[in-house]
Design a protein around this ligand. Structure first.
Ligand code: NAP
Length: 286
């Protein structure tokens, strides 16, 4: 639809940004709900982030999504933060208030819990043991999601074991689940009897070799979830399927994390539908 002079404006800041699926995602919903608004890609270098955010706010933007490499810096620039952003020390959403103050939010964890609840059922992980690969930003969000869904124990396994220990120590007071830390060399112990495996490393992403780990220590009916969504079917998911595990891909998390952002920018709560998913699958070349 064409824009009027009163169009609501939002976008996504990152560097680089050309690969981002967010503009297509928001454009789909803007058209679906007939909203007078636009969501644009904003390529912004690290050193320009603060000035660019200031300018976007003055230009009347409602806010921006934030992607690599700006999530921590965006959190630091904001004046206020919601609980998930404070726990993560990172923001994927900034909202510009009329009073000039910036609110940092992090919707990655609600994105993953929404996606897992939709794929597995809201109570599927209650009391269960989760095995989480990675100790970066996505792993932080995954700990909060798995805890929200009632996991009793989350075993954080990372190549750099100290990072896993630091993450578990930093988040333990924010969650009910028991957090345990392991190095990759302890994989078999860490994975033993796991009900769900979540890959929150960047291994297996287009251009990155996959992690080759035996899945046999997991329970036979364990779920395997990969947060990597490009490619949509990672080597990990292919292997898991071949071993009879139920699999959950990373695209749903991306779709669900955008729901609260769209709502905050444009005032409508959008639906994650098969039609939206197929538009993004096409964009990923599936
Ligand atoms: P990050 O902060 O850079 O963390 C990367 C993690 O991957 C670290 O734990 C790192 O281990 C580990 N890693 C990287 N290469 C590895 C390898 N070859 N072997 C073993 N471990 C390796 O990245 P992030 O922001 O957490 O993102 C991680 C992944 O999640 C990315 O693929 C991203 O696309 C995906 N993600 C998806 C969504 C979604 O909506 N689906 C949202 C956010 C992120 P060390 O600590 O040992 O270096």
């Amino acid at each position: 639809m064409s824009l009027t002079g009163a169009a609501k404006l939002a976008g996504v800041v990152g560097w680089p940004i050309a690969h981002s699926l967010s503009p297509r995602l928001h454009a789909y919903w803007l058209a679906e709900y007939g909203i007078d608004g636009a969501f644009v890609p904003l390529p912004i270098r690290r050193e320009d982030l603060a000035a660019a955010l200031h300018g976007l706010r003055l230009a009347g933007f409602k806010g921006v999504n934030v992607t690599v490499p700006h999530k921590e810096a965006a959190f630091a620039i904001a004046h206020m933060a919601d609980a998930p952003a404070s726990a993560a020390g990172a923001a994927n959403l900034l909202l510009f208030g009329n009073d000039g103050r910036i609110l940092a939010r992090n919707t990655d964890s609600v994105g993953l819990s929404g996606h897992l609840a939709e794929s597995l059922g809201v109570d599927a992980l209650r009391g269960k043991t989760a095995v989480l690969l990675g100790a970066g930003g996505a792993a932080r969000a995954a700990i909060l999601s798995l805890d929200t869904l009632g996991a009793a124990q989350i075993r954080v396994v990372n190549r750099n074991r100290q990072r896993a220990e630091a993450l578990a120590a930093a988040l333990q007071s924010n969650v009910k689940a028991k957090l345990l830390a392991y190095g990759l060399e302890d994989w078999r112990t860490a994975a033993s009897g796991g009900d769900i495996l979540v890959n929150a490393t960047s291994a297996g992403m287009k251009g990155n070799p996959p992690l080759v780990l035996g899945l046999d220590p997991l329970k036979k009916d364990a779920v395997v979830c990969d947060l990597v969504y490009n490619p949509l079917e990672t080597d990990l998911l292919r292997t898991a399927k071949a071993h009879g595990h139920k699999t959950v891909d990373g695209l749903g998390m991306l779709l669900h994390q955008a729901v609260p952002a769209f709502e905050a920018f444009f005032g409508v709560t959008p639906k994650v539908t098969p039609g939206l998913r197929s538009v993004l699958e096409k964009a990923l070349g599936q």
